[in-house]
Design a protein. Structure first.
Length: 312
């Protein structure tokens, strides 16, 4: 049985997206859908949209094999609710697969389930999450993560990606593909959430390190090591790295790579400039290194993006 934990002012799609995935997958497998919405206070639970879902209470149930925690504006209150945290911890101790959608990661973090684990959450929450939970290995650009029996997903619709990945585990790849096709979705969405989120606002950087990122963007052909960036910022390397991660939720090296990827992508898609030349002038140097970075970010190499841009 799939349990979906909601609370007042939850995000409707955080719950409805995974519910639809598991409903359709169960039907394709020939089983009756077994999904239950749960809340600390049973009854109608109002989402931020005003739409309500009817939830059952937190009664112990050995039938629950997966618990998915929704996110939403009310997550801060849910994350300090003793009843909610006790319920989540109890299921995790029992070996239940536990997951969060979007800011639902706050509930898992407060329950102590993410300490020392890889996790992700909505890109807008990254800075606060990193400072609030330093023991969590936050991977800000992932659509979803899995670390053992604990899963987390990025913003809102990423809960559907997470649910499809769970369907692969539960029913196999064929059922997952049929489910995605029924929902008119990609079976596996390529790239990370940064392609949708303008990570770090790198095109027009703001905040404490905005001027530094703007400078780096104009000097991509330079090495741009942590030492280079720290010197430009007038800080020691160690202090700079700590401050940068706390401010942006990512490391300086990953931020520089993202800058290079964005500039390289624009040039790949809008010009006929040789891929080797783009790699050289954007600081990748090696075309193969740029290709690997593109695959991590967009799920496809530069040549594929260029072909798609020309076809479009």
């Amino acid at each position: 049985m799939i349990g979906v934990l909601i609370f007042p002012d939850f995000q409707l799609l955080d719950a409805a997206g995974p519910i639809s995935v598991f409903e359709i997958a169960a039907r394709f497998s020939g089983a009756a859908p077994a999904i239950r919405t749960l809340a600390a206070t049973p009854g109608p639970v109002r989402s931020t949209s005003g739409i309500e879902m009817l939830a059952r209470g937190f009664k112990p149930s050995s039938a629950i094999t997966t618990l998915i925690v929704a996110g939403g504006e009310g997550v801060r209150t849910a994350a300090i609710c003793p009843k909610t945290l006790a319920f989540v911890r109890a299921l995790a101790r029992r070996g239940v697969r536990v997951a969060s959608v979007c800011s639902g990661a706050y509930v898992l973090a407060e329950a102590g389930l993410l300490d020392g684990r890889r996790a992700t959450t909505h890109w807008q929450r990254t800075r606060h999450f990193v400072s609030a939970y330093p023991k969590v290995k936050l991977e800000a650009d992932r659509i979803y993560t899995r670390d053992g029996n604990v899963w987390t997903s990025a913003g809102i619709s990423a809960g559907i990606d997470l649910a499809l990945a769970m369907v692969v585990e539960d029913y196999g790849d064929e059922i997952a593909q049929r489910t995605a096709k029924q929902l008119v979705l990609y079976h596996r969405r390529s790239g990370g959430q940064s392609q949708f989120s303008s990570l770090l606002e790198l095109k027009s950087p703001t905040g404490r390190f905005g001027p530094l990122l703007a400078w780096a963007r104009e000097h991509l052909d330079a090495p741009l090591t942590v030492e280079d960036l720290a010197e430009q910022a007038g800080m020691s390397s160690r202090h700079f790295t700590r401050a940068f991660i706390a401010e942006t939720g990512t490391t300086p090296s990953k931020a520089v790579e993202r800058l290079r990827i964005e500039v390289a992508r624009q040039r790949v898609q809008s010009s006929s400039e040789a891929i080797e030349r783009v790699a050289e002038t954007t600081g990748f140097r090696d075309p193969e290194r740029m290709r690997r970075a593109f695959i991590r970010a967009f799920g496809q190499p530069p040549q594929s993006l260029r072909r798609a841009a020309r076809a479009g």
